[in-house]
Every structure is written in structure tokens, then in C-alpha cells.
Design a protein around this ligand. Sequence first.
Ligand SMILES: Nc1ncnc2c1ncn2[C@@H]1O[C@H](COP(=O)(O)OP(=O)(O)O)[C@@H](O)[C@H]1O
Ligand SMILES: [Mg+2]
Length: 329
Amino acid sequence: MTHVVSFINLKGGVAKTTTLVQLAETLAFIKGKRVLVLDLDPQTNATIALMGETRWEAADEAGQTVAQLFLDQIHDTHIFDVTRAIVRGVSNLNRITIPQGMELGPEVTYPRIDLLPSSIRLIEAQDRMADISTRSHYTVSPMTVIHRALEQRFSAYDYVLIDCPPNLGYITQNGLEVSDFYLVPTIPDKLSTYGIPQIVKTISGLQRARNLKIRCMGVLVTKYQTISGIHKRGLEDLPALLERAFEGSGQAPAPLFEVRMPQANATAEAMDFDRSPTNFRDKYGRGKSGSFSNLYELPMLLADEFIHRLDESGDQGEAEDQSAVIPAS
Ligand SMILES: Nc1ncnc2c1ncn2[C@@H]1O[C@H](COP(=O)(O)OP(=O)(O)O)[C@@H](O)[C@H]1O
Ligand SMILES: [Mg+2]
């Protein structure tokens, strides 16, 4: 059973991408899962963190990014090739090299992260998405490009994680269209939480209008500073804010994740692909954080809660047997 989750907040800089990359790496290299990351943000941060700049430049030049998928629809070209575009076995924690362009079917079950990279050219696509309907004489919806091109690939993975740009435009809607859940990372302060009611309202509206399965899986507090009075008050105010945000949505207020991701330099540094960490613990840091003696325990706790919530969500199928699990060295 594949779980598809979009990471979204209308505010930039709230650790959407960092959380997604941490989670992808923990799910793959600690929990032994197969993960696909779809980067829908023209900032390409998840892409660069997972595959590095050099490989990304080659992919972008060859038109093998998600931007080209949209641009092909807009210009009626056929440059994007999904088999070539999905980069197998990314992340500087990956120890297995897979030949370029090699097709890996659902039967290949060793843990890894595959990535559909983004490109800055998504900005160009975003501005012209409405052309997709006019070109096709209104037979093709601009919201369903990902659905039509990629959704059948999802069954090869345990988790598909989608990094959305900080807006609710057509590109984001393509991600929501294929998602089972959305997760809202937020710093517990006024400006970061301000857009949450807007996200809930818009997504509930889309969910009803287009009969989508998407639901909110929870709100995750990021970049948390225990010594900050602002964060402490923000955290206290969050349950009431969520209560209000979900009023009239027909859905129960999204739960707050119990785990909070603390502000830490090591977390920011972990996003540098060129650092070549020796293992997961080295990458995510051993420094003390609050009551935790090692910072790297936090992404592990996040992954535990993430898996647990999806398993409890009621739409899980039979858990597949995972034959190869890399130990948390
Ligand atoms: N837990 C953290 N501690 C310290 N810095 C963080 C943490 N999480 C993210 N950052 C930093 O905050 C900035 C924004 O994070 P990012 O994940 O790019 O946010 P978004 O995707 O929401 O725009 C980046 O510079 C990132 O390195
Ligand atoms: Mg980002």
C-alpha cells in the first residue's frame, strides 16, 4: 500500500523541505522503506539536497524534470520521459548505485529514495498552466497532469512525499489531486500559522469539488526554540487556531504531531549534499537537544509518528513484507 503525502504551508522558510528530506531519509535508510520524492517547488531545494547540483544540472538541461512534464502539456512537446526523469537511489546516505535509466519494478524492494527533480522553469509553467485546458479544448484539466503521467508509478513505493511550493496554484493542486494526506509544517509563530485556515479552507473546497481523497494528517511544529516566549505562546495558541481553521470544513481538526523539530544548526547543515556524512547519525547530529541526548533521534521519532498515523488512518492495506532493511548504523 502506497501512502501519498503533500507537505504544504503558504509561508516559505518553515522547514517544509527540510522536514520532507529528513523524513524521506529516515523512512528509507532507518525504516527500510521505498520512498519517492516529487519536488514541485521551483526553488528546487529538495532536489539539490537529495541529488546535488551537478547531477541536477544535467537533468535540467536534458529536460528531465517535473517542469518539463508541465511544459510539454503547455507546448504540445514530448521531451519529458518519466523513466529517465525519475532519478533512482538519491541521497548522500545511499550506498547502492543504480545504473542511469534502469527500470526498477515494484518487485525490487530494497530501501531507497527515488526523486522526480524540480526546476526553476516551473515558474514559467505555473504562469501558463491555464493554457493546458484551452489547448485541449477543455478536455484536459490542468490539475491532473501529475495524476495522468505519474500516478501509476506510485505503487512501486511505500511512501510518496510531495514538496509543494508556498502557494495553492495549479502546480500545488496537481500534488493535492494525487495525495491521500497533507502535512503542514509550521514554526509556532503568528506569521507561519497565519495561512493555515486558508490552506484548510481551500483544500476542503477542492476535496469536495473534485471528490478527492485528501485529508489533513497533522500539523508539525518546526524550528522550535524552547527558550523562546513567542514559540511557547504560539504553541499554546495552536489548538484553538486549528479548531477555528477546521470549523465548517466537515473534517475534524488536524492533530498536532507530538514530536517537535527543534531549531538546530546541524539540521540545516544536513541539507548540504556535498558533506558526505559517514552514516545517518553523523548526518543528523549527535548534539544534545532538549531532553534528547542526540539530535538524530528526532527524525527517527518523527518517522515513527508519521508511520503510526498513516497506519491508524484507516486506509492502510496489507503491509508488504520488507526483505532488506539497512540497520541504523
Ligand atoms: N530544525 C531546523 N533548525 C535550524 N534550521 C532549520 C531547521 N529546519 C530548517 N532550517 C533552515 O531554515 C531554512 C528554511 O527551511 P526550508 O526547509 O528550506 O523551508 P521551506 O521549505 O518551508 O521554505 C533553511 O535555511 C533551513 O536550512
Ligand atoms: Mg522548500
